[in-house]
Design a protein around this ligand. Structure first.
Ligand code: DX5
Ligand code: ZN
Length: 216
């Protein structure tokens, strides 16, 4: 499986969104991670459609939208129209998971489902064949800059085993507290995509930090 790094725009400088998006666009990162928060599912509010559209205009890369919102089935399709290539919603937030998956697929994007640190990956067993990706949260969703929760490594390994048993090539993404220091261990546990915000945008040379993560 190829390694992918997805810089999280939550840590970008919103006063220079175009500049920071173009930096990621020329970097070795294949995806751009976009965190949408509603102040209800998580105790923080980030941004919505206009910001996603601006990022879409500044980059041709895969836009990986992480919805931390209640009732994601209400809005998932609109995020695809605004430019998302992959839409991930939270297992804990959706009232009607099949409807949410259906609305993302009908709108033409790939589907991800995410679990918070306290949610066991076993709840996803029956859903695995109908999604393209699982996002394992390695911090409590809501804020950048938190410490990586090491139990996420076992969840990644368990998910990889579960997918293999079912004969699926489900992508596994991990999000929160990731830097070049722990990226190697997370890839080794079976992850395909690593999200990183503060470690990349806080680095003196963000493009070099992305390369360090890919080679970790
Ligand atoms: C947190 C978000 C993350 C966040 C990660 O709820 O889902 O994508 O941007 O930030 P860092 O890499 O700083 O932990
Ligand atoms: Zn995220």
């Amino acid at each position: 499986m190829p390694r992918i790094v997805a810089p999280s725009m939550l840590s970008a400088d919103f006063g220079h969104l175009d500049r920071d998006t173009r930096m990621v666009d020329r970097s070795a990162a294949e995806w751009i991670h976009i965190d949408v928060m509603d102040g209800l599912f998580v105790p923080n509010i980030s941004f919505g459609f206009p910001v996603l559209k601006a990022i879409r205009r500044a980059s041709a890369k895969c836009l990986d939208v992480h919805l931390m919102i209640v009732d994601p089935e209400r809005y998932a399709g609109r995020f695809v129209e605004a430019g998302a290539d992959i839409v991930t919603f939270h297992y804990e937030a959706a009232r009607d998971i099949p409807a949410c998956i259906g609305s993302i697929r009908r709108a033409g994007a790939r589907v991800g489902i995410s679990v918070k640190p306290a949610t066991p990956v076993e709840v996803l067993c029956d859903l695995l064949p109908s999604v393209d990706m699982v996002l394992v949260m390695s911090v409590e969703p809501g804020f950048g800059g938190q410490a990586f929760i090491p139990e996420a490594l076992q969840k990644v390994a368990d998910l990889r085993a579960m997918a293999r048993q079912l004969g699926l090539e489900t992508l596994i993404e991990v999000d929160g507290g990731i830097s070049a220091r722990n990226a190697g261990a997370i890839f080794a546990a079976g992850a395909d995509v690593l999200v990183a915000g503060s470690s990349i945008f806080g680095a003196a040379d963000p493009e070099a930090e992305i390369v360090r993560m890919l080679n970790a």
